[in-house]
Design a protein around this ligand. Structure first.
Ligand SMILES: Nc1ncnc2c1ncn2[C@@H]1O[C@H](COP(=O)(O)OP(=O)(O)O)[C@@H](O)[C@H]1O
Ligand SMILES: O=P(O)(O)OC[C@H]1O[C@H](OP(=O)(O)OP(=O)(O)O)[C@H](O)[C@@H]1O
Length: 188
């Protein structure tokens, strides 16, 4: 039986990367893979969760069909390696750090996907982005404005599992694992 694509989305700074890192071990124990993204971000700003490439390298990978999914946002290009289709076909679940802006296209390609929307209060979000210190204040403001565009429509959308990350990360990890194990209606 084919595995399930779990599409984790949420505003920049909501904690997607932190959640993936914290849940990496328990997810692996449950046979769920986490794919490493390809991003046109400098190598020092990416880690285990992503591979940094130049725009030319990204274009070459895309041209040779290397991506199952790809999108542009925040001035960067993001690619999800095509390898996920082999994993899914082999019956493994695959968790992807995705894009809200690319949700419709992802749903078209993977109709049975589980969408997990990470939410955080906007004021907390701003504090977390400032504390993370990866972007300039102008870039942070642009991310917050982008979040405001998506927030209301996505939080009310059917088939989207809302996962609040305003509290301790350990709670969010536990809730994610519950969702995957219990077959919440949005997880079915
Ligand atoms: N539950 C949490 N409580 C406190 N800080 C958090 C929590 N989750 C994430 N953070 C912090 O918020 C910042 C943004 O998290 P990050 O994982 O980089 O978000 P994203 O990948 O969604 O942009 C990081 O500095 C991270 O340490
Ligand atoms: O359409 P959106 O939902 O806004 O998403 C756009 C991109 O921004 C996030 O990545 P990014 O590398 O910027 O992660 P960050 O959240 O850590 O900044 C997200 O994972 C998407 O790749």
């Amino acid at each position: 039986m084919a595995g399930r694509l779990i599409y984790l989305i949420g505003p920049s700074g909501s904690g997607k990367d932190s959640l993936l890192e914290a849940a990496r071990g328990p997810l692996a124990e449950r046979g769920c893979r986490i794919v490493r993204r390809v991003i046109t971000r400098s190598a020092e700003a990416v880690g285990e969760a992503a591979q940094g490439v130049s725009p030319a390298q990204f274009a070459a990978l895309q041209a040779e069909g290397g991506f199952a999914l790809s999108w542009q946002a925040n001035g960067l290009s993001y690619g999800i390696p095509r390898q996920i289709d082999d994993w899914l076909a082999a019956g493994d679940d695959v968790l992807v750090n995705g894009s809200r802006g690319h949700l419709a296209q992802t749903r078209a390609r993977y109709p049975t996907l589980l969408v997990v929307l990470l939410t955080v209060d906007q004021a907390v979000l701003r504090q977390r982005l400032l504390a993370r210190g990866r972007e300039s204040v102008a870039e942070i403001d642009a991310r917050l404005a982008r979040n405001a565009q998506f927030r209301d429509s996505l939080q009310a959308a059917p088939g989207v599992f809302l996962l609040d990350n305003s509290g301790p990360l350990a709670h969010t990890v536990a809730r994610l694992l519950d969702c995957l194990e219990e077959g919440h209606s949005a997880c079915a």
